[in-house]
Design a protein around this ligand. Structure first.
Ligand code: EPU
Length: 777
């Protein structure tokens, strides 16, 4: 633990030459704030602006808060440059600022007064009747609730809380009309001891911030000091053992909680999904009933503290209850990001095991089918210190994805990562926990696991909420897509395309949609056009290399329903776009129709066969096509006969912009034995010349001069490998996935082959396989 002198009680060399409370609240000065973009510092900046100082601030990045403050008069610098602080009479710095920060160093060297954020805040508070809300968990909600109730009670309080509070308007406000100042006291860096409030409201005390404190005793020492420095009443949570013990010997305390011994007692608590009803007693006397529109028993506890304080300040209970009913959550405190009968997405700031457990319990109590959680650990030091504890915090989550540590201002600690937490959770026997080191993918992992009835929770004090917001925005679109395809269709978010390509590589499809009818497909086309969403059609994925970043927009997979129908009429076979070419060959066989046996050797479906004019055994698709039915870019259906269609080797331009629905193939009556012989021939050709492995068929088009497979073979490139992508030893035009290969590896191998062919034989190889999607982000 750092020596006390560094935080608040100034040692000899830090005796301030100014009377800080007077300087800040009764005079007007130029003041510079180092690290002004953080939530705590921006609140202080707002107060100083309202107190009519000339405020400047620096930070390495701007934020929504700095933008807002600039409109109020902040002079903001997006860099830490010493000269910015020159005009200032006082420099205030955030605890996230390192001691070698150039503005800080220059400020100190020039002999200017330099103070921490909490010192400045404590000094401002001294001009009013201070109320400090302190504790490990719930202090932002509780300080916001206090300021709100006092405001509604007509006391015109000033306030300072650590997050954006919609109901209060801003996170900090100076109201010259009122006497009280409500502040959230931050225990994380020991600066709680700066405060000398009139009243303190203490919520809970336990092990936390072990980067700063050596143990619980060190934490309690800081709280004891706050209690000692409180001139009026200490309101404390009697149900929290550490808090109760610390306050037990003090005179002038008022307790609150559920315990029978509490002065202000909550009882008959009725918890609902997003609210709670409860009765409040002052000792034996019933004060009345209250409704709190924020969920969870922990918030009832917080409200009891606020009620105790407000009653003691003289606000009638009825008024308090009316304001509590109106209270809305602070941002990121069980904040609902998406709500429908089918799904509920909630974001919460919880980052300590106790908070996580409470939030998950609240989520579970809402009664949806499953709770899926995404968690971003906050700070390496906390992850290290509380790792085992984290292991037991997620029991109420059916599925958990943990990403890497949000460092705040800390440098990494070797070996400390989100994986450690997952290991601890798994050790406890939890079966649904995984680690996702790539932050930008966490919403995909959860989104792809999403099922009707799920509640998704993002947890953490860093930026994990951004991932939930992405999921919420995509879910809005996914639900519209679902309405289009109806119950029989399917919509999945972030479906891994490695599951749907024969090469088994590729990132996720943002929206994977399986319509079952031509009408639904047409409606999808129109929806994508209206919403400017890219639309890609994917059949069996047998001739496709999807990049590792996946495909943005809607990936339509025409499969099942209308798309799987085969009809035979005389010597014509009509097959939906989702029918495998192999199935067409065998359906023809059943009807004693020949000429389509070559299709046996093609792994793709009709749609892809048309799109690529696929071929084998010297034949190609359009030699057998009589008609094609397709939808245009407006979703309108058309039928075109073969003679109206322009077709090339492995290319059919019409389907580059339009969408195949079905094709009619012509065949010839043939003897079953003859058909079987040709089918066997095709099978034999495949068996003897092509690998049995994960591949996309032939990778390159055959150049005029030589078949690509032969060329690769002659160049001695068989078995050439990049990672797990390898040129087949069986056929030089096949690249095989030996297991877990990435698209990046595949593409590099393709590139090497192309370069060699060009350098050694002057041949420009062109890929036959369709390469699509985004590079890995
Ligand atoms: N060859 C070699 N070494 C090799 C591979 C091939 O010398 O490693 C020689 C063969 O001996 C043969 C010639 O190259 O003399 C052509 O090979 P193959 O008969 O295997 O035909 P291909 O042109 O490589 C085409 C299609 C295949 C289809 C087969 C069988 C293309 C690009 N490929 O292959 O289609 O299965 O015929 O009919 O037209 C596909 O499109 O994905 C595909 C696999």
């Amino acid at each position: 633990m750092k020596p006390v002198s560094e935080e608040c009680s100034a040692p000899a060399d830090r005796v301030l030459a100014i009377d800080l409370p007077r300087f800040l609240t009764q005079e007007h000065h130029p003041i510079h704030l180092v690290g002004v973009a953080g939530s705590g510092m921006s609140g202080l900046a707002a107060l100083l602006i309202e107190l009519e100082h000339t405020v400047s601030g620096s930070d390495k990045a701007s934020s929504m808060e700095t933008d807002r403050l600039q409109r109020l008069g902040l002079r903001f610098y997006e860099q830490h440059r010493p000269e910015h602080a020159c005009p200032a009479d006082l420099v205030v710095f955030s605890s996230a600022i390192k001691s070698d920060n150039p503005v800080l160093v220059t400020g100190r060297d020039s002999g200017k007064p330099v103070v921490r954020r909490a010192e400045a805040l404590a000094a401002i508070m001294r001009a009013k009747r201070g109320i400090v809300v302190a504790g490990m968990h719930g202090k932002t909600t509780t300080s916001a609730m206090t300021a709100h109730v006092l405001r509604e009670g007509g006391l015109h309080p000033s306030h300072y809380v650590g997050a954006e509070i919609p109901i209060l308007g801003t996170n900090a406000h100076w109201d010259p009309r009122g006497e009280h100042f409500v502040a959230e006291g931050d225990e994380s860096d020991g600066t709680l001891r700066c405060f000398h409030p009139e009243h303190a409201l203490i919520l809970n005390i336990e092990e936390e911030h072990l980067d700063f404190y050596s143990d619980l005793a060190a934490i309690e020492e800081v709280f004891a000091r706050l209690i000692e420095q409180t001139s009026g009443t200490v309101f404390y949570n009697i149900d929290d053992a550490n808090t109760a013990r610390l306050c037990a010997t003090r005179k002038n305390t008022i307790s609150f909680g559920f315990s029978d011994a509490a002065d202000y007692r909550g009882a008959e608590v009725d918890l609902h999904s997003f609210s709670s009803d409860f009765c409040v007693y002052f000792r034996e006397q019933k004060l009345g009933e209250a409704v709190l529109n924020v969920p969870g028993p922990h918030n009832v506890h917080n409200a009891l503290g606020v009620i105790a304080l407000a009653v003691e300040l003289g606000i009638p209970f009825k008024k308090i209850a009316a304001s509590l009913r109106k209270f809305e959550h602070a941002r990121r405190r069980f904040e609902i990001k998406y709500e429908s009968e089918r799904f509920l997405l909630v974001d919460d700031y919880a980052h300590h095991p106790t908070e996580i457990r409470a939030t998950l319990k609240t989520a579970r109590a809402i009664g949806r089918k499953r709770v899926l959680a995404m968690f971003q650990p906050h700070r390496y030091s906390r992850t290290q210190a509380l790792c085992t504890w984290f292991g037991s915090a997620f029991d109420d989550a059916d599925r958990l994805v943990v990403t890497d540590v949000y460092p705040a201002s800390e440098p990494p600690i070797p070996g400390i990562s989100g994986q450690m937490i997952v290991d601890e959770v798994l050790k406890r026997g939890h079966r649904g926990a995984t680690y996702q080191p790539r932050f930008e993918r966490i919403h995909c992992d959860i989104g792809n696991a999403l099922d009707v009835g799920d509640l998704v929770l993002s947890l953490g004090a860093g930026n994990i909420h951004e991932q939930l917001s992405i999921l919420a925005a995509d879910l809005v679109i996914a639900e519209k897509l679902r309405a289009i395809v109806g119950e029989s269709g399917d919509v999945r978010l972030y479906e891994p395309l490695s599951k749907h390509t024969t090469l088994r590589v590729g990132g996720p499809a943002q929206f994977w949609v399986e319509p079952q009818s031509e009408n639904a497909f047409a409606a999808l086309i129109r929806f994508c056009r209206d919403e400017s969403l890219p639309l890609f059609v994917m059949g069996r994925g047998s001739n496709l290399l999807v990049r590792d970043g996946g495909i943005r927009g809607v990936v339509v997979h025409p499969y099942g329903g209308d798309f799987d129908k085969i009809e035979i009429n005389g010597s014509e076979i009509t097959a939906g776009a989702g029918v495998k070419l192999r199935e067409v060959a065998y359906a023809a066989r059943t009807a004693n129709l020949g000429g389509l046996e070559w299709m046996e050797g093609i792994p793709g479906a009709v749609g892809g066969g048309l799109r690529m004019n696929a071929g084998a055994m010297g034949a190609q698709t359009f030699e057998n096509v009589a008609r094609v039915r397709y939808l245009d870019t407006e979703g309108n259906p058309h039928v075109k006969n073969r003679d109206e269609l322009e077709v090339f080797y492995r290319r059919f331009p019409l389907l580059e912009n339009n969408f195949a629905i079905s094709a009619t193939f012509h065949a010839q009556p043939a003897e079953r034995a003859k058909i079987d012989e040709r089918l066997r021939e095709s099978q034999e050709k495949r068996r003897t010349t092509q690998p049995v492995a994960k591949s996309a068929g032939c990778i390159f088009k055959n150049p005029d001069s030589i078949p690509a497979g032969k060329l690769v073979d002659e160049l001695g490139l068989k078995n050439l490998r990049v990672g797990n992508a390898r040129v087949s030893e069986v056929h030089g035009n096949f690249i095989v996935n030996d297991g877990g290969a990435t698209a990046t590896e595949m593409l590099e191998l393709i590139d090497r082959i192309k370069q060699t062919a060009k350098a050694k034989r002057g041949i420009e190889l062109e890929t036959e396989v369709q390469i699509v999607g985004e590079p890995r982000s």
